[in-house]
Design a protein around this ligand. Structure first.
Ligand code: GLY
Length: 366
């Protein structure tokens, strides 16, 4: 981890006056409140919001620890004393080691419960910075400037924070809600096309969770619609007792593809691409179980294809490898468990027959 020299001892220690104003409605296209009682917060969607971050930083914040990555080109001017910590790229940086390092740095800064961690980046940054904030002093505030589409429509919303351990992805973490989220659409303009596509995989999921016609909307409206739906699921079931699990639509196969891909470089899929294939698989499986008709399967193909996302496995994969991994899914509890569509919406379906799961997997190997 590198530390930037943005710390300003001339400001720290003195009293700093700065103008405070609210995110102007001219700047943001939409404000969505995630209503969780005293843990409620606003998610703003619009262009150039990062420059206006001061307007959403709570008045009593004394210091800010900015957690970001070197390649993220967003560095808003902060008039509050702050330090910048760059974490590495890639999933390997989401580790307990990084949390320990961040917390030591927070301690060295003298951060306390009045202060703020500001995550600037995609899901890797917000998951890691959020968990460091959740852990330090048993919980200090954090805010997020989400710079990837995947983070804007999923990772940054809902307070899931955490890191990986060798035994699995996101196995250690906490539910810890941010104080604000800025979905700055300007950041998406410099996102590599495949990263954008990756976010669209997660976005496509919402088309089956209530956002019909999503793919026909302008980008800003699509982000807002996804955030609004996610907010409703989080409000109904903040700690994933039941309903929130439905946000994992398409993810049972997606997580298995990612796990196999981790060991097999032929399967080079980003998360959103794996989710896209998982959505198609879930539709095919739901049809075989008599839950939906061919028209609904066709709708899945239409939505996924409209984003230019994959609908089949890019290389042949031994079905048993995927099935082994599906048994380890966090929804599983020892049987094959999927979120599946039905005529009245998606629901969790347990005890799906292994032979059927295998047979439907063969339909994906085109
Ligand atoms: N990514 C699914 C959730 O936040 O619950």
């Amino acid at each position: 981890m590198e530390r930037d020299s943005a710390w300003n001892p001339g400001i720290y220690g003195g009293s700093v006056e700065f103008e405070r104003f609210y995110v102007s409605s001219a700047l943001h296209d939409d404000e969505i409140v995630v209503d969780l009682g005293n843990r409620s917060y606003s998610v703003y969607v619009g262009n150039g919001l990062a420059a206006d971050v001061h307007s959403v930083i709570p008045d009593d914040v004394g210091k800010i620890a900015v957690v970001t990555q070197r390649n993220i080109g967003i560095r808003p001017t902060l008039t509050i004393p702050h330090k910048i910590f760059n974490i590495e790229d890639g999933e390997q940086t989401k580790s307990l080691g990084t949390i320990a390092e961040l917390c030591s740095n927070f301690a060295a800064m003298g951060m306390n419960r009045r202060d703020l961690v500001l995550a600037i980046g995609g899901g890797i940054v917000s998951d890691t910075a959020g968990f460091a904030a959740a852990s330090f002093h048993r919980g200090i505030r954090y805010g997020i400037i989400a710079t990837t589409l995947l983070a804007q429509v999923d990772a940054a919303i809902g307070g899931k924070t955490g890191v990986n351990i060798p035994e699995g992805k996101n196995l250690v973490g906490a539910f810890w809600q941010p104080s604000f989220v800025l979905c700055d659409l300007t950041a998406l303009k410099s996102l590599p096309p495949r990263e954008l596509l990756c976010g669209q995989g997660e976005m496509a999921k919402y088309a089956f969770l209530g956002a019909e016609g999503l793919d026909k909307m302008p980008l800003s409206a699509q982000v807002s619609a996804c955030v609004r739906i996610k907010a409703k699921y989080v409000e109904a079931d903040e700690r994933e007792g039941d309903r929130r699990a439905l946000l994992n639509y398409g993810h049972t196969l997606a997580h298995a593809l990612e796990a196999v891909g981790f060991e097999d470089p032929r399967l080079d899929l980003k998360h959103g691409e794996a989710v896209a294939i998982g959505l198609i698989y879930a539709a095919l499986l739901a049809k075989r179980l008599g839950r939906i008709g061919q028209d609904r399967v066709d709708y899945h193909y239409r939505v996924v294809e409209s984003y230019g996302l994959p609908t089949s496995l890019p290389v042949p994969i031994e079905p048993d490898r995927l099935i082994d991994s599906m048994f380890k899914d966090k929804k599983s509890f020892g049987t094959l468990t999927f979120v599946l569509d039905s005529r009245s919406g998606v629901e969790v379906v347990r005890d799906v027959d292994v032979a059927l799961v295998k047979e439907v997997l063969s339909e994906l190997s085109q």
